[in-house]
Design a protein around this ligand. Structure first.
Ligand SMILES: Nc1nc2c(ncn2[C@@H]2O[C@H](COP(=O)(O)OP(=O)(O)OP(=O)(O)O)[C@@H](O)[C@H]2O)c(=O)[nH]1
Ligand SMILES: [Mg+2]
Length: 682
C-alpha cells in the first residue's frame, strides 16, 4: 500500500494499555507530538501532558482515568485511549476496550510487572483485540531484548514476536533494526530516526533474528515454511501480510521497542498501526454490529464537566451521529445529541457529524451510561459488549463537613457514580453513614478529591463501622410496667414478656399469648413496636437479633392506658430483661475468595491466618495458569483493609471478592474492646 493518502480502513481507535507506570501517557504525548497534534511534548514529571491533565492525575503523577485524544497521521484519524495502569483504575480500561481496533501494550523489562502485564493481556485476549507490545524505556535496558521477551512470554498466550532488535553501542541502545523492513535506524531525540546502512555485525544479527521471526510466522503458513526450508527469501509483502494476519488471528503479538520520553520508535509504531491494524469494519464485525446504515455507537467514557454538562465519549460503529440525533440505549432513550466534539484530552473542539469509525464526545445524552450500546434505528441494537461489574474491595465512610452540604453531596455522588460505575454509594440507616465502596485507597482518594475540587463539597472521611450485632444466650420472663400519675390524665401499660434466644440467622419473632383480654387487642401492636424499640440498642450497644418475644400477660387501665403507654411498657420490659439474659456480641463473617499468582499463595495464607481467617480451600484458578484461588471465612472487621495487604503481597495483581456468610459469637478481650469502643463513641 502506498504511504500517502487516506487509508481505506478509515479512522482508527487504539488503546494504550499496560502495567502501572510503564509510559503510556508519555507515549501518548510522543504520538501527539510526532503527529503535530501538540506543539511540544510535555512530561509527566512537569505535569504538562495531555493524558494526565486533570488535577488529580497531576497531583498523583499517575493516570486515574482514560484520556481520549484524536490526531491525524498520513491522512487518517487516530483516536488514542490512554488507559490508567493502576489496578485500582482497571475498570476505566475495561469499559473502553470493547470498541477499539487494536491495543498498544506498553511495558518494561521488569519482572515485577509480569503479572500485571498478564492481567492486561488477558483482557485483550478474551476480547480478541489485536495487540502490539511496545517495549518502552529501552534507554534504561540492561539486558538483551531476547532475554526480556523470555521473561515476558509467560504473560501472553499469543507468541511474542520480536519485530525490531536494538543496535547497541558501548552498552547503550542507539537505534534499532526493523526485521520486517530489513532497515536500520539510529535514534535522534524528538525527531524521526535516521536510516543508516545495515552492515557488519548488525547485519548478521539481523539475519539471525529475522530468521527466528520468519520461523514463528511459518508455524501458521505452510508456504512460508517451504520457502524457508528451500532457502528462498520470502517477498517483503508476504511477510507483512503474515504479520498482520497472524496478529489479527491472535496467534502472535509483535514486539516493537522504543523510548517514549525521547519519541524514539514512535514513527515506526504509527506506521505499524497504519498498515497492520484493521478499521471499524472489522471491529463492528467482531462486535456483531448489524445495522445497515443506522447509527450504532458504544460509550467508552462519561464525564460531567464543571459547567458544560454531561459528555459521553463514544465510538461510532456504524452509520453517522450528528447534532440532533436521538439515540437509544437498550433500556431507554439516552437523549438527543447536542454537540459533537473532537477531543485532545481536555481540549475540545466542535465538529460536524461523526462517521463510522470516529471516536468523539457527544453532548447531553443524559441517560447514556459508560459501556452501553446506543443506536438510532427502528429497532434498538443489542448491546455489543457486556462490561462485567466490578466488585468493590474497600470502603470509606463519608459525610459532608457542613450538614448544609448534604444535598450537594448527594448530587455530586450521583454524577461521580455516573462517571465511574465501579464506585458504589450506600446509606447505612443504622449509623447514618454514607459508605462509598471502591477499588482501593487511591481510587477512593481520587473520588473524594473530585468531590472537593469539582463539586465543591468539603467532606470528612472515616473507617466504616462493622455490622456488629448482639444476641442473648438465656431466656427470661420479664414484666414491663409503665405508670405515670401526674395530675389529671395518667399513663398506664403493663406487660409480661417471655424472652428467648433463637437460632442464628432467624432475626426476630413476636408472638402474643394473651387470654381473657388482660391486654386489649388494640394495644398489642404497640407492645410489639415497643419491643422492637428496645431491641434496637442492646446492653452491649448494638442491635439485638435472634430473639423471640412472646407477650404472655399484663394488665390495663380503662382510662389511663394508651398505645403510647403500652409501647413504653414493651420497651421497658425488653430493656430491663436483656442484661440478665447473658448478652453476647455477634460479628459478621464473610466467605472471601482471593485470587493471586501461585508464588504469592503462601504469603496470602499467612495474611489470612493473621487476620483470624479460617482457610477453607486452595485450588488452581481455572483457566489461569500460574494462579491460585484461596477461599476462607473471615470476620468483616478483618476484611476492612485486606486489599492493601493482598496487593502488596502480589505486586498489585491479587484481588478478592466476598460474600456475607453468617454471624458468629465473639467473646473475650476482642469483644470487650469492641464494646468499650462503642461505649466511648456514644
Ligand atoms: N527512562 C525512561 N523513562 C520513561 C520512558 N517513558 C516514560 N518514562 C517515565 O516513566 C514514568 C511513568 O510514565 P507515564 O507516562 O506516566 O506512565 P504511565 O504508563 O502512563 O503510568 P500510569 O498511567 O500511571 O500507569 C515517568 O516518570 C516517565 O517520565 C522512557 O521511555 N524512558
Ligand atoms: Mg498514564
Amino acid at each position: 500500500m502506498a504511504d500517502n493518502g487516506a487509508n481505506p480502513r478509515g479512522p482508527r481507535c487504539i488503546a494504550l494499555v499496560g502495567p502501572f507506570q510503564s509510559g503510556k501517557t508519555t507515549l501518548l504525548e510522543a504520538l501527539l507530538a510526532r503527529t503535530n497534534a501538540i506543539q511540544r511534548q510535555g512530561t509527566v514529571e512537569a505535569g504538562t501532558t495531555v493524558g494526565d491533565a486533570s488535577k488529580e492525575a497531576r497531583h498523583h503523577k499517575m493516570s486515574v482515568e482514560v484520556t481520549v485524544a484524536t490526531t491525524r497521521f498520513m491522512g487518517d484519524d487516530y483516536t488514542f485511549l490512554d488507559c490508567p495502569g493502576s489496578v485500582e483504575f482497571v475498570h476505566e480500561m475495561r469499559a473502553a476496550l470493547p470498541a477499539v481496533d487494536a491495543a498498544v501494550v506498553v511495558c518494561e523489562a521488569d519482572e515485577r510487572k509480569v503479572s500485571q502485564l498478564q492481567l492486561v493481556l488477558r483482557e485483550l485476549e478474551d476480547l480478541k483485540i489485536p495487540r502490539f507490545l511496545f517495549l518502552n524505556k529501552i534507554d534504561k535496558a540492561d539486558r538483551r531484548v531476547r532475554e526480556t521477551l523470555k521473561l515476558l512470554q509467560p504473560a501472553s498466550r499469543a507468541r511474542l514476536l520480536l519485530r525490531q532488535i536494538p543496535i547497541w553501542k558501548n552498552e547503550i541502545i542507539t537505534g534499532f533494526v526493523d526485521l520486517a523492513l530489513e532497515r536500520a535506524f539510529v535514534y535522534r531525540e524528538h525527531v524521526p530516526s535516521e536510516v543508516v546502512p545495515l552492515d557488519g555485525e548488525d547485519l548478521s544479527r539481523e539475519k539471525e533474528a529475522r530468521f527466528t521471526m520468519l520461523e514463528t510466522l511459518a508455524d501458521h503458513d505452510d508456504e512460508l515454511m517451504e520457502q524457508l526450508l528451500e532457502d528462498i527469501p520470502p517477498p517483503r509483502d508476504k511477510v507483512f501480510d503474515d504479520l498482520a494476519k497472524e496478529q489479527r488471528d491472535g496467534l502472535i503479538c509483535p514486539v516493537l521497542i522504543g523510548v517514549a520520553t525521547r519519541t524514539n520508535g514512535v514513527l515506526r509504531l504509527l506506521k505499524a498501526l497504519r498498515h497492520e491494524t484493521h478499521g471499524v469494519a472489522e471491529t463492528a464485525k467482531r462486535l456483531g454490529v448489524k445495522s445497515g446504515n443506522d447509527p450504532v455507537a458504544y460509550v467508552i467514557k462519561t464525564f460531567h464537566t464543571a459547567h458544560g454538562g454531561k459528555l459521553s465519549v463514544a465510538r461510532v460503529l456504524a452509520g453517522q451521529v450528528g447534532d440532533g440525533t436521538t439515540l437509544n440505549s437498550p433500556s431507554q432513550e439516552a437523549g438527543r445529541v447536542s454537540g459533537v466534539l473532537k477531543l485532545v484530552g481536555q481540549v475540545t473542539e466542535k465538529r460536524g457529524p461523526a462517521m463510522a469509525g470516529e471516536t468523539v464526545g457527544l453532548g447531553k445524552l443524559d441517560h447514556a451510561k459508560t459501556g452501553e450500546t446506543l443506536s438510532a434505528g427502528k429497532k434498538v441494537h443489542a448491546p455489543v459488549a457486556e462490561v462485567a461489574p466490578f466488585s468493590p474491595v474497600l470502603a470509606l465512610a463519608i459525610s459532608a463537613k457542613d450538614r448544609k452540604d448534604d444535598v450537594k453531596l448527594g448530587l455530586a455522588f450521583t454524577k461521580l457514580v455516573d462517571e465511574d460505575p465501579s464506585l458504589s454509594v450506600h446509606h447505612n440507616p443504622e449509623t447514618h453513614e454514607i459508605v462509598v465502596w471502591g477499588q482501593g485507597e487511591m481510587h477512593l482518594r481520587v473520588a473524594t478529591e473530585r468531590l472537593a475540587d469539582r463539586f465543591g463539597v468539603a467532606i470528612e472521611r472515616r473507617t466504616p463501622s462493622v455490622g456488629y450485632r448482639e444476641t442473648i444466650r438465656k431466656s427470661i420472663t420479664q414484666r414491663g410496667r409503665h405508670k405515670k400519675q401526674s395530675g389529671g390524665h395518667g399513663q398506664f401499660g403493663d406487660v409480661v414478656l417471655d424472652i428467648k434466644p433463637m437460632p442464628r440467622g432467624s432475626g426476630f419473632a413476636f408472638e402474643e399469648k394473651i387470654t381473657g383480654g388482660v391486654v386489649p387487642r388494640n394495644y398489642i401492636p404497640s407492645v410489639e413496636e415497643g419491643v422492637i424499640d428496645g431491641l434496637k440498642h442492646g446492653p452491649l450497644g448494638f442491635p439485638v437479633v435472634d430473639v423471640a418475644v412472646a407477650l404472655t400477660d399484663g394488665s390495663y387501665h380503662a382510662v389511663d392506658s394508651s398505645d403510647m403507654a403500652f409501647r413504653i411498657a414493651g420497651r421497658i420490659g425488653v430493656v430491663e430483661a436483656l442484661p440478665q439474659c447473658s448478652p453476647v456480641l455477634l460479628e459478621p463473617i464473610h466467605t472471601v475468595e482471593i485470587v493471586c499468582p501461585s508464588e504469592a499463595t503462601a504469603k496470602i495464607n499467612a495474611i489470612l491466618s493473621g487476620r483470624r481467617g479460617q482457610i477453607l480451600s486452595f485450588d488452581t484458578r481455572e483457566g489461569w495458569e500460574g494462579w491460585d484461588v484461596v477461599r476462607a471465612k473471615m470476620p468483616e472487621s478483618a476484611i476492612g483493609d485486606l486489599i492493601i495487604e493482598v496487593r502488596s503481597a502480589t505486586a498489585g495483581v491479587g484481588s478478592f471478592t466476598f460474600k456475607f456468610d453468617h454471624m458468629a459469637e465473639l467473646t473475650g478481650k476482642q469483644a470487650d474492646q469492641i464494646v468499650a469502643a462503642r461505649r466511648a463513641a456514644e
